[in-house]
Design a protein around this ligand. Structure first.
Ligand code: ATP
Ligand code: MG
Length: 208
């Protein structure tokens, strides 16, 4: 059997980090969510069920120094794009609020932390997951198909957007988040038969 070489830089070895948030578990969507990442050809290399501490959550969202500014700006844009007035025009003030709400949201019950591996894992998982606000997430994505929340509703109720999953936004974010949630020995390096058909340069072994 031809075995493809696995150089660390090959796209097929890219890893990303995903959390099924407490609402995903309460909505009994674990299987649906995992199934979507699995069926595209990604390989699960790490998984655990836990109730995160407040510190774990706050550190997770502030691993990237630019996240506060970015999440604030994105939220303001979410209002402006719909012709609505944002609660404030200061991105960092909004971000602070969002972080406090995220702390409550993600410590409210068990979550599942996972690491998925495969070609372009970060971008593929973001595509399948969909945009942050379920109201505007594309149909066919997890956030677009299984939940119906909006910035307007989360603002009225002073809570996080409930969008079922977290997924790393960049390869660097993924590396930092994987280190934050998993020890090296909790990640499993193994072969899966479907890797052959996805990544082997030729498919000559199919016929006997
Ligand atoms: P995630 O990081 O969870 O995968 P994302 O990258 O699409 O989601 P971020 O901008 O990183 O979105 O925001 C992190 C999370 O914070 C969102 O998934 C959502 O649960 C919550 N959130 C973001 N903006 C708001 C907001 N304006 N109001 C309430 N909650 C928000
Ligand atoms: Mg994010």
């Amino acid at each position: 059997m031809t075995h493809t070489s696995s150089t660390p830089t090959h796209h097929k070895n890219e890893r990303t980090f995903v959390i099924i948030k407490p609402d995903g578990i309460q909505r009994t969507l674990i299987g649906e969510i995992i199934g979507r990442y699995e069926r595209i050809g990604l390989k699960l290399v790490g998984m655990k069920l836990m109730i995160p501490t407040a510190d774990m959550v706050r550190q997770h969202y502030t691993l990237d120094a630019g996240w506060m500014q970015a999440v604030g700006e994105k939220s303001i844009k979410g209002f402006v794009d719909k012709g609505q007035i944002p609660p404030t025009t200061d991105p960092l003030a909004i971000a602070n609020d969002i972080l406090n709400r995220l702390e409550k949201y993600l410590t409210s019950g068990p979550v599942i932390a996972m690491v998925w591996q495969g070609a372009h894992a970060v971008k593929i998982v973001r595509k399948i997951t969909g945009g942050t606000e379920p109201l505007t997430s594309d149909v066919g994505t997890i956030r677009g198909d299984y939940v119906l929340d909006s910035y307007q509703m989360s603002e009225i109720d002073n809570r996080s957007i409930r969008n079922l999953v977290h997924a790393s936004g960049t390869v660097k974010e993924a590396e930092d988040e994987i280190k934050h949630w998993f020890k090296d020995e909790e990640l499993v390096d193994y072969s899966i038969i479907s890797d052959e058909i996805l990544y082997a340069p030729d498919m000559k072994d199919i016929l006997g």
